[in-house]
Design a binder for this molecule. Structure first.
Ligand code: FAD
Ligand code: NAI
Length: 510
C-alpha cells in the first residue's frame, strides 16, 4: 500500500512530468497586430534585458495585449543563485540557463527577440538605439567590468510606447588598478567558463614546478575578494572542490592549494545577523579557508594583490598576496546605459546606485519608462528576489493598463448614455487595480561550503528565524530548486546534484 510520503513523491513526479511535457510543446501564439480586439491602437512594449526582472515580467505578461520586443545581449535567462556552483562543476553551465526564446514561446502572444545592447534611450521621442552585441565574460573591455561586446556596428532605432528597463548592474571594481584587467568576476555565465579554465590551468601548471617552489605556491593561491554572499558562496564551493574532488585525483596538489577570502569589513555576510556571520567564520576556519578580514585590496598586478589591513591598534599594514587565480566580488555598479539616464533626465541627476523610480516603478522624469531589479533604486537590496517580485508586479499592472485602455476605447464607441454609464462603472473598477509595488521579503540564504549554509528566514509578517548548519543546507537546496525558472531547470539541477554525489566533480579543463 502507498503511504502519504510515497503518494507525495508520485504526485511531485507526475506534476514535474506534466510541466516538462507542457514546456516542450508550446501552444500556438496570437500574432502581433496594429489594433487591439476592441479596435484601439496596440501599444509597443520594449523590454531591455533577460535577467530576473525582465524575464519575470515577460513570463507573467499577457503578450496578446501588447506588441512585445525583448532586447538583450544575452539570448538566455541566467539563474544567478547557482552561478557560484558552476565553475567547479557542482552544476553544469547549461543547467542554469533557459533560452529566452523558449520562455517567450510559452507566453500567449508572439514576442520578438533581438540580441543587442540598448545603447541610447531618447525619452522624448520614445526610441531606443540598439546595436548588435553578445555577452562575453565580465571585464571584457579590460578597463571596466562591462560584459557585452559589439560584433558589428549596425545600429537601429526602435519605437516604444512603454519601455521596461531590466538591464541589471555590472560588477564594481571601485576603479582599483588592475582589477578589470587581471581579475575574473562571477556575474555572467561565460565568467564561470573563464574561472574554471583559470583554476584548472593554474593546477596543471603548478604540477610542473617542484614542490616548495614560489611559483608553484603562487599558482595554487586562489583568492576571492569580497565577503558578500557571492564571495562567500564561491569560496565555499572552491574549498569543496579541493577537499572532495581534487584530493581524490591530485592529493599532493590539493594539500598545497590555499583558498583565501579577503574582506574589507570586520566580518563577512554583513547583511546577515551576527549569529550567522559568526557561524560562517567558524565554518571557514574548520574548512581551512583563510579569512583575511579588515583588509581592503588597493592594487592588482598579474601575479600579486596589494592590500591594506587595519590593525587592532588603528595602524595599517600593507600585505602582498601572490595569487594564481583571483575572483573579484565586491558588489554592483550601474551600467553605462543607466548612468547615461542619470545625466540626461534632470530628475535623475542625484541618482547614484540606480534609477530613481516612484511607487509604481515608473522612472522619475519620464511618462512611460519603468525600471526594475538592480538598475532601479527601490530602497530594497539588489537581489533576484526583489527583481522577480518587481517583474511579477509590473506584468499585473500592464494587464490592468491594457484593460483600462480597452474600456476607454469602448467608452468612446458607446452609442448611448446607458451603455456609457455601464462602461464608466467598469472603468472605475478597473482603475482600482492600479496598485503600488510592495516588496515582501522572504529571507536570505547563503551556502558556506562543506554542506553547510546560513539562512535568515521570514515566516509571515512578524517572525524571523536565523539558522545555520547542515539542515539549513537542505533548506537552501530545496528553496533554490523551487526558485528555478522552469521544470526543465529543476530537473537538470536535481540531476546534476545527484550526479556529483555519485561520481564527484569533473577535473577536466573543459
Ligand atoms: P540581471 O539578472 O543581471 O539581468 C540584466 C539583463 O540585462 C541581462 O540579461 C543583461 O544581459 C541585460 N543587459 C545588460 N545591458 C543591457 C543593455 N544595454 N541593453 C539590453 N540589455 C542589457 N539574489 C538572490 O535573491 N538570491 C541569490 O541567491 C542570489 N545569488 C546571486 C549569485 C551571484 C553570483 C550573483 C552575481 C548575484 C546573485 N543574486 C542573488 C543577485 C541577483 O542575481 C540580482 O539581483 C538579479 O540578477 C537582478 O536582476 P536584474 O533583472 O535586475 O538583472
Ligand atoms: P556585496 O555588496 O554583498 O558584498 C561585497 C563585499 O565586498 C562587501 O562586504 C565589501 O565590504 C567588500 N569589499 C568591497 N571592496 C573591497 C575591497 N577593495 N577589498 C576587500 N573587500 C571589499 O556583493 P555581492 O556578494 O557581489 O552581492 C551583490 C548583491 O547580490 C547583494 O545584494 C547580494 O545580497 C546579492 N546576492 C545574494 C546572494 C544570496 O542571497 N545567496 C548570493 C550572491 C549575491
Amino acid at each position: 500500500p502507498l503511504d502519504a510520503g510515497a503518494l507525495g513523491t508520485v504526485f511531485a513526479t507526475t506534476k514535474l512530468g506534466y510541466s516538462l511535457y507542457r514546456e516542450s510543446r508550446p501552444s500556438k501564439q496570437a500574432p502581433q497586430t496594429a489594433l487591439t480586439t476592441v479596435g484601439g491602437p496596440k501599444k509597443n512594449v520594449v523590454i531591455l534585458g533577460t535577467g530576473w526582472g525582465s524575464t519575470s515580467f515577460l513570463k507573467d505578461l499577457d503578450t496578446t495585449l501588447y506588441n512585445v520586443t525583448v532586447v538583450s545581449p544575452r539570448n538566455y535567462f541566467l539563474f544567478t543563485p547557482l552561478l557560484p556552483s558552476a565553475p567547479t562543476g557542482t552544476v553544469d553551465n547549461k543547467t542554469i540557463i533557459e533560452p529566452i526564446r523558449s520562455i517567450a514561446k510559452r507566453t500567449p502572444g508572439v514576442v520578438n527577440f533581438l540580441e543587442a545592447d540598448a545603447k541610447d534611450i531618447d525619452v522624448e521621442n520614445q526610441t531606443v538605439t540598439i546595436h548588435q552585441a553578445t555577452t562575453e565574460h565580465s571585464g571584457v573591455s579590460k578597463e571596466d567590468s562591462g560584459s557585452s561586446v559589439v560584433k558589428d556596428t549596425f545600429e537601429q532605432k526602435i519605437n516604444y510606447d512603454y519601455l521596461v528597463m531590466g538591464v541589471g548592474a555590472q560588477p564594481t571594481t571601485f576603479g582599483i588598478p588592475g582589477v578589470a584587467k587581471y581579475a575574473s568576476f562571477l556575474k555572467e555565465l561565460p565568467d564561470s567558463v573563464q574561472v574554471r579554465k583559470k583554476l584548472l590551468s593554474a593546477i596543471e601548471r603548478a604540477s610542473l614546478y617542484p614542490v616548495g617552489s614560489p611559483e608553484r605556491k603562487r599558482l595554487l593561491s586562489f583568492v576571492v575578494v569580497g565577503g558578500g554572499p557571492t564571495g562567500v558562496e564561491f569560496a565555499g564551493e572552491l574549498q569543496d572542490y579541493v577537499d572532495e574532488d581534487l584530493h581524490k585525483w591530485m592529493p599532493e596538489i590539493a594539500d598545497e592549494v590555499k583558498v583565501t577570502l579577503i574582506e574589507a569589513m570586520p566580518n563577512v555576510l554583513n547583511a546577515f545577523s551576527k549569529k550567522l556571520w559568526s557561524y560562517a567564520h567558524e565554518v571557514f576556519t574548520e574548512t581551512n579557508i583563510d579569512l583575511v578580514l579588515n583588509t581592503a585590496v588597493k592594487n592588482v598586478t598579474d601575479t600579486t594583490i596589494t592590500a591594506q589591513k587595519k590593525l587592532a591598534d588603528g595602524k595599517t599594514e600593507t600585505l602582498e598576496i601572490p595569487y594564481g587565480v583571483l575572483v573579484w566580488a565586491t558588489g554592483n555598479a550601474p551600467r553605462d546605459l543607466t548612468k547615461s539616464l542619470f545625466q540626461k533626465i534632470p530628475e535623475q541627476n542625484t541618482a547614484r546606485r540606480g534609477l530613481l523610480v516612484d511607487k509604481t516603478l515608473k522612472v522619475d522624469g519620464t511618462d512611460n519608462v519603468y525600471a526594475l531589479g538592480d538598475c532601479a533604486f527601490t530602497g530594497n537590496p539588489p537581489t533576484a528576489q526583489v527583481a522577480h517580485q518587481c517583474g511579477e508586479y509590473l506584468a499585473h499592472q500592464f494587464k490592468v493598463k491594457a484593460d483600462i485602455a480597452d474600456l476607454q476605447q469602448e467608452l468612446i464607441k458607446a452609442s448611448n448614455s446607458d451603455e456609457q454609464s455601464k462602461v464608466q462603472t467598469r472603468l472605475e473598477s478597473a482603475k482600482k487595480g492600479l496598485k503600488e509595488f510592495k516588496y515582501e521579503h522572504m529571507g536570505a540564504l547563503s551556502y558556506l561550503g562543506a554542506e553547510k549554509a546560513v539562512a535568515d528566514l521570514v515566516w509571515g509578517k512578524f517572525s524571523s528565524t536565523s539558522t545555520g548548519g547542515a539542515f539549513t543546507y537542505l533548506i537552501w537546496r530545496s528553496v533554490y530548486i523551487q526558485m528555478c525558472m522552469s521544470a526543465r531547470m529543476k530537473a537538470l539541477v536535481a540531476s546534476d546534484w545527484a550526479k556529483v554525489s555519485i561520481f564527484g566533480r569533473d577535473t577536466s579543463k573543459e
